[in-house]
Design a protein around this ligand. Structure first.
Ligand SMILES: Nc1ncnc2c1ncn2[C@@H]1O[C@H](COP(=O)(O)OP(=O)(O)OP(=O)(O)O)[C@@H](O)[C@H]1O
Ligand SMILES: [Mg+2]
Length: 212
């Protein structure tokens, strides 16, 4: 099963809608352990991405659309998450260069390169109560499924459930990176907003792939 550039455009627009619908919830999560701007930061970035996608030529390939999204996130989102998600999309975009059709192995490669970019920039590892606590396990699960030839809809359904469990699990962690680290132990008991936005993105992707 593979996906075309039209489906990538559809995904990016769906992500923008999803972030808009969830911006208050994400901002509320950030209000508990940060500065209460994550949802609104992300919505500003994805609104800018929507405009860029609409302005771009219709024949834009997947790499160009993902790059445009990355640049919109980097240049329109204040705070830590904008540049970090922007880096994820930018490094990921490079891995789809020249590909007409995308499948599960391509998604695994996209996430792998994206995560490496986020880690290079943000210096966080697994278990520090950040978006990486969702992204790293999800990438590993998708990569293993790609290796064993699991169909994309099933793999992503699994990945979405894993993403939700990992986001919930950030409640148990004391933040050691980002603004929430100022609270230390007092950040325990709260879900990390970036982990939740990553979870919602994986769930959105899974829904889309399930729909065919
Ligand atoms: N070093 C990092 N590596 C990975 N993710 C990080 C890092 N620092 C923060 N994050 C993620 O960013 C999220 C916060 O994003 P947000 O949009 O609220 O930026 P911010 O923390 O308000 O930025 P700033 O402190 O620069 O104003 C966190 O929930 C966390 O998941
Ligand atoms: Mg914040």
């Amino acid at each position: 099963m593979s996906y075309s550039k039209e489906q990538v455009r559809g995904l990016l627009l769906k992500l923008a809608d999803m972030i808009d619908e969830n911006k208050q919830m994400l901002t509320d999560l950030d209000a508990a352990i940060g500065d209460g701007d994550h949802g609104h930061n992300m919505a500003r970035g994805f609104d800018a991405a929507r405009v860029k996608l609409a302005q771009g030529p219709a024949e834009q390939d997947a790499e160009a659309m993902l790059k445009a999204t990355a640049m919109a996130l980097i240049s329109n989102v204040g705070g830590a998450a904008g540049p970090l998600y922007g880096t994820l999309f930018l490094k990921g975009a490079a891995t789809v260069k020249g590909k007409e059709e995308l499948g599960l192995p391509d998604l695994a490669d996209f996430l792998k390169a994206g995560i490496e970019g986020v880690q290079l920039r943000g210096k966080a590892i697994l278990g520090e109560k950040t978006m990486l606590d969702v992204l790293i396990p999800v990438q590993a699960s998708i990569a293993a499924d790609a290796e064993s030839g699991e169909p994309a809809p099933q793999s992503l359904e699994k990945a979405a459930a894993l993403a939700r469990a990992c986001a919930e699990k950030t409640k148990e962690i004391a933040a050691t990176k980002g603004r929430a680290s100022y609270l230390g132990e007092r950040s325990i008991g709260h879900i990390d907003p970036g982990a939740m936005s990553s979870c919602l993105m994986i769930e959105t992707l899974a829904e889309l792939v399930k729909g065919g």
